[in-house]
Ligand binder design. Structure first.
Ligand code: PLP
Length: 348
């Protein structure tokens, strides 16, 4: 197998600096779910710690525990999916911050925490319209009252209040923010004054200053993946950090056979010649994505061993992960995340 995902860690450092300068004085929480969007958790976390990142967004307890191992004790690690009491215990053991959007889970946590050495830090989640999880507005006042009670009893510390928004339309996001403001006021009335309020992910963190509050949770932009329909990475002052390459294994009359296919994570729906990939002779059509190989439009002097760039910055014609994603109606993260774990990540 010749396919490789090249990951440019100095580009990651530069993107992190760009995001931090854009959102300041709000803090950056670097989101590293899904193996740091397919780039490799450990290398990304270590680089980010060196770049001064103090908060990580780690999805679940297992990822959070891996971040703790790579980053050490000085950082804060936010996780927002806890499926069981075992997850809660694992999160407590690794001193993770927990996003809680469910009244029952809050009780489970208080139970799990009694007898723990330090009160767990929780971030209460209001559902502002996405219905993913989060406490519905009608249940919020009772929820924050109970959280205040548990905080007074020393069983937990409310560190944050948060929600997640669609970032698909400004009008919907504005409605979500109105609800978020109301949730903050209700919490304050219950005696809860969190040190971090967070709402925005990549797109809103750049485009909507009012959505930044104390912290933004950014994944895509730190990896240089732009939003579908949004400004290019270059326009945002960011650079893609991942470049997927594979070698030519045969040259045929009807095109060039490249050593990467659906098994490595390329969606077969990219077949049909609409996507363009980079070759030593510039951009060429991606004709067919097969199981283990793909067929690319030929070029003069194409030779076995030539390098083809599927996405990411290269010296020849190129597409971004989001360009490919838009062709098949998905988002850039989806393309980056599908790159098989069996494809080696090469760091520089
Ligand atoms: C994935 C995720 C983010 C980061 O989103 P990006 O658009 O990649 O920046 C932020 N918050 C939550 C809850 C997420 O699941």
């Amino acid at each position: 197998m010749t396919a490789r995902l090249h990951v440019d860690l100095s580009a990651l450092t530069a993107n992190i600096a760009r995001v931090r300068e854009t959102v300041a004085p709000a803090e950056l929480m670097l989101v590293v779910k899904d193996d740091a969007y397919g780039h490799g958790l450990e290398a990304v976390v270590r680089t980010a710690v060196d770049a001064g990142v103090r908060w990580f967004g780690a999805f679940d307890a297992r990822t959070g525990t891996a971040v703790r191992a790579a980053a050490g004790d000085a950082v804060r690690i936010f996780t927002w999916i806890a499926a069981s009491r075992d997850d809660l215990r694992a999160a407590l053991a690794a001193h993770l911050d927990l996003g809680i959007g469910d009244a029952e889970l809050l009780e489970d946590l208080a139970d799990a925490a009694s007898g723990a050495s330090a009160a767990p830090r929780v971030h209460l989640k209001i559902d502002t319209g996405l219905h993913r999880n989060g406490v519905r507005p009608e249940a919020w006042p009772a929820f924050v009252d109970r959280a205040a009670e548990l905080q007074s009893a020393g069983l937990l510390e409310v560190a944050g209040i948060w929600s997640h928004i669609a970032e698909a339309s400004d009008a919907e996001d504005d409605d979500a923010r109105t609800l978020f403001e109301w949730a903050l006021d209700e919490a304050a009335a219950a005696g809860i004054h969190p040190s971090v309020r967070h709402l925005a992910a990549s797109a809103a963190s750049f485009a909507r200053p009012a959505f930044r509050y104390d912290m933004v949770r950014v994944g895509a932009f730190c990896y240089g993946i732009r939003s579908a329909g949004g400004p290019s990475a270059g326009e945002l002052g960011l650079a893609p950090i991942g470049r997927l390459e594979a070698e030519v294994v045969a040259v045929h009359d009807d095109g060039v056979r490249v050593d990467i296919g659906a098994l490595a994570g390329l969606p077969t729906s990219l077949s049909g010649g609409r996507a363009r990939v980079g070759t030593p002779a510039g951009g060429r059509r991606l004709e067919i994505v097969g199981e283990s190989h793909s067929l690319v439009e030929g070029w003069p002097d194409a030779a076995v061993g030539d390098t083809v760039t599927l996405f990411g910055p290269g010296t020849c014609g190129e597409a971004s992960a989001t360009d490919l994603a838009e062709l098949i109606g998905t988002i850039g993260e989806e393309i980056a995340l599908r790159v098989s774990p069996l494809i080696p990540r090469v760091y520089r």
